[in-house]
Design a protein around this ligand. Structure first.
Ligand code: FAD
Ligand code: SF4
Length: 513
């Protein structure tokens, strides 16, 4: 008899890793299937050239664009998924993000649940992922049942100065909520050392709150949890009725294997989870499993993103720069009554990053000057769900279709920011931040992928129900970023984590009945 598990969890990123944590004391037999391996601690973790130019921690898998062009997606297959390299900016969506919201270029749809349904799970998520922050300064902050469990990360002097200038200008800069295991009161014993290689890099000293360190590593000696790495899930196989999955097909060491369980939870990332379902074709599911709505893989969102260098005459020796954010224009302003988006600081760029995209004749000294006199900014605007944006499997290859939308408010946000910085900060000039262009931001940049299996109450207009179970199948759930009906304009991971905790809670309640 093959071994039978209570839960099979596919993928160990923000969703899957968190669910493992939530179910760790359930007493249930859990199998975790992860296609990647543990990310090695090595000097390259903090080496700009290895990380950004050689893309050491991204897959070499080939996907295709609309124009049939090959590209390597900016995504990593490791235990912990993309949280191994994320910037750990862990934001709650705003209350209005869960409602229908009118944008200049279209409508952001209402979620089937409200912010109140997520609030306690956001609180649990912030505690679990060491989120440092301060309640009260973000003018769009949603209701909180309690303040952050960890104090805000302090600004270094150049950022504090900028903070004070922006405040004096009438804006509302606030401490960026971030998931790092930092103790500024006791730096000698603090696991995090506030280095300058955090955003986009793995953490060499394992102090970043990623899904591996939070969900997987602490459970390696838990006898009810079995992790198999190097296990790429290819398809889900159903019984004759087509309404129940009886086996998970895995490619491992060049051979196909099957694993059996009661509940199957996909958390392979918004694109790969949709791909697994689209590949699970049978005579009862000609368009893939769970796809009676025709929506599996559709409505892919990934945010309107931009990275900019603000270069001024002021020296910027900041090491850990990702400490400040602003939401003054999140829902618009007095001149423009539609959402524009979110502004936050990026990790500090260095000369090597700028070298990547500068013309070959640019002297090193110029790049050095640029890096040491710049402040790095990141802008996020909401992109709207569009059924023409999504993924397709053609001859077993993932094709990404994506046409940017809802750009009006976002362009306005960047114009505004250029104007503001130029006024408040030593005539600072904003220029595009080359190293992120195309890699995170272009159509191939899929860091904030969400929405391919949206949840809802109507099986005709959604793929998952409100417990994130496939409407069409009795025992398949999804806990990664696929479930989002809209993308909001803040980073997605805290909402993915909170939702995984919510679904875990549902499983625990079901089990105790
Ligand atoms: C450079 C960078 C910076 C970022 N910064 C931030 C930030 O500051 N804040 C924020 O909120 N978000 C950030 N993000 C986005 C964040 O990392 C993702 O939103 C989050 O990790 C998504 O979680 P997930 O569970 O949906 O998928 P992932 O974290 O991508 O996890 C998917 C997992 O499934 C595994 N997998 C995939 N396919 C299969 C398969 N077929 N079989 C088995 N396993 C499979 C993968 O190896 C991976 O472990 C950043 C991303 C990047 C790339
Ligand atoms: S800033 Fe802290 S958490 Fe981030 S990589 Fe450096 S040591 Fe790790």
């Amino acid at each position: 008899m093959p071994e039978f598990f209570d839960y099979i969890i596919v993928g160990t990123g923000a969703g899957g890793g968190t669910l493992v944590h939530k179910l760790k004391d359930s007493g249930k037999k859990i199998l975790v299937l992860e296609r990647g391996e543990f990310l090695k601690r090595e000097p390259e973790n903090w080496d700009t050239r290895s990380v950004f130019k050689e893309q050491r921690y991204h897959t070499h898998e080939v996907w295709k664009t609309d124009q049939d062009k090959d590209f390597h997606p900016q995504t990593g297959y490791f235990v912990g998924g993309n949280t191994k390299v994320y910037g750990a900016a862990l934001f709650r969506l705003r209350e209005k993000d869960f409602e229908e919201l009118v944008h200049h270029d279209g409508i952001s749809p209402k979620w089937p649940l409200s912010y109140a349904d997520f609030e306690s799970y956001y609180t649990e998520a912030e505690k679990l992922y060491f989120v440092h922050g301060k309640q009260g300064d973000d003018i769009t902050e949603p209701h909180r049942s309690q303040d952050y469990f960890f104090p805000p990360v302090s600004h270094e002097p150049r950022i504090q100065e900028l903070h004070d200038k922006l405040k004096a200008y009438g804006l509302h800069p606030f401490c960026l909520p971030i998931g790092i295991n930092l103790n500024e009161k006791d730096p000698v014993n603090s696991p995090c050392i506030r280095c300058n290689t955090c955003d986009g890099f793995p953490c060499l000293v394992e102090a970043k709150a990623d899904a591996d360190m939070i969900g997987i590593r602490p459970n390696m000696n838990n006898s009810s949890i079995q992790l198999i790495t190097g296990a790429k899930v290819t398809r889900l196989l159903t019984d004759e009725s087509g309404t129940k999955v009886i086996a998970v097909e895995v490619e491992r060491n060049g051979a196909l294997e099957q694993y059996h369980g009661d509940k199957i939870v996909l958390s392979a990332g918004a694109i790969n989870s949709a791909a697994i379902l689209l590949r699970s074709v049978t005579d009862k599911h000609l368009n893939g499993l769970g796809n009676s709505s025709g929506l599996v893989g559709k409505n892919l969102m990934k945010h309107n993103n931009a990275a900019m260098l603000a270069i001024s005459t002021k020296y910027n020796p900041t090491k850990f720069q990702k400490t400040m954010a602003l939401n003054d224009f999140y829902f618009g302003d007095e001149d423009f009554h539609f959402p524009m988006g979110h502004v936050q600081l990026l990790g500090k760029s260095n000369k090597e990053m700028l070298t990547e995209d500068a013309p070959f004749f640019t002297p090193g000294l110029v790049l050095e000057e640029m890096a040491s006199h710049s402040v790095d900014w990141w802008f996020t605007g909401e992109d709207l769900p569009d059924p023409n944006n999504g993924i397709e499997i053609i001859q077993d290859t993932i094709h990404i279709h994506y046409t940017p939308n809802n750009r009006t408010g976002f362009e306005r946000l960047m114009d505004k920011w250029k104007h503001i910085l130029n006024q408040v900060d030593e005539n600072a000039h904003l220029i595009p931040h080359g190293v992120y262009l195309g890699k995170i931001i272009g159509n191939e940049g899929l860091a904030h992928q969400v929405g391919t299996l949206r949840f809802g109450t109507d099986p005709k207009t959604s793929v998952l129900d409100t417990n994130c179970k496939l409407h069409d199948v009795d025992n398949v759930y999804v806990v990664d970023g696929s479930f989002f009906p809209s993308s909001g304009a803040v980073n997605p991971s805290l909402t993915i984590i909170a939702n995984a905790l919510r679904i875990g809670d549902y499983f625990l309640k079901q089990a105790s009945q």
